[in-house]
Design a protein around this ligand. Sequence first.
Ligand code: ATP
Length: 388
Amino acid sequence: MDSNTKPPLALELDNLRAIKLLGKGAMGTVFLVHDNSLHPFALKVVEKSSLHHSLRRARHEISILSRLQNHPFLSSLLGSSENQEIICWAIPYCPGGDLNVLRYRQADHVFSPAVIRFYLAEIICALEHLHRQGIVYRDLKPENILVQQSGHVTLTDFDLSRTLTPRNSSALQSFSDPEEEPQLKKKGFNNNKKGLKKAKSARVSPVSRRNPIEFSSNERSNSFVGTEEYMAPEIITGAGHEYAVDWWALGVLCYEMLYGRTPFKGKNRKETFHKILAMQPEFIGKPDSLTDLIGKLLEKDPTRRLGYRRGASEIKEHEFFRGLKWELLTEVLRPPFLPSRDETEITEELGKGGIDITEYFQKLKVPPSPLRSPSLDDYEHSISLTEF
Ligand SMILES: Nc1ncnc2c1ncn2[C@@H]1O[C@H](COP(=O)(O)OP(=O)(O)OP(=O)(O)O)[C@@H](O)[C@H]1O
């Protein structure tokens, strides 16, 4: 452990009381927890009995997080714990919500090029660090980019990420994950022309992404594992995939931040996949350095995609980032949007006694009484979308 690494939090599950529910994903439930001696932190809790290999994915996420200490734009593991029913881990709390929520709060639901430049730069640094550690993220999308109290961003949700096996040729690498199923092949998307070892494709959500403002309190875009609109062509064809899938997703993200929609969205999954494989992104207005960058990231052949040869440095050198002082990004004191401090709310909620986490999951198992609405209502507070 280096001198900057904090010792892991000793999480005593029976004593933990959550202040409120922050959100629910396909795998876990995330609470805001305040341990008196510490700043508030986010606690992700997974029920061991839940479906979708959740326990395995949870352990995987914990192991990835434990390797990510001290990066300014990546979540890190503060501590973890488990009992017979649940496994949980603590990560820093990001009070600013995610980039999807933030985008929907902008006029026309888009960010200006200056804001895009700021967020992209931080995301590129985060991906660069992951790739240097041999980790492919594979789930880049606005919902997984959270805004810290400082206004800087954090990538979160690593259950889909994978560590690469050593490179043994110039060919794209494949992942070996018994959990992943070659579902797309069944659907006729196998296009393994290069004779590369077939990568098993990530399963994707059957639920499409929606306006987060329309969500009920704890609902979110339900990314089962990966979001189809963000999938790179080589994942769909099963042609073998590696770090370049993250650069493709960066192109999709950038397009969505600029135009308020993703570039290849179809009426259904089949049409979306067809567009990803066969159509070029449509740009509106005069071409500029931002559209040029997007076009180069959305190159269908991964070996010709920006970032394939020299990783993040190739992207950092692009014209769109000219003049940006990469080493000073963390010093920016006024990022585009700053969450307001919600300490009053935290103190008030703490005064009410908070949520007993073990009890929360026990109550969910009790069948609802015919006279009463489901017990979930006992606890679910609305997600507070911090005003900027
Ligand atoms: N550190 C955090 N600070 C604040 N909110 C958070 C934090 N981590 C997660 N959340 C919220 O909790 C919700 C669920 O988190 P997360 O996406 O990590 O769960 P998941 O089960 O892995 O989801 P997925 O469906 O993407 O696999 C998200 O909507 C996010 O807004």
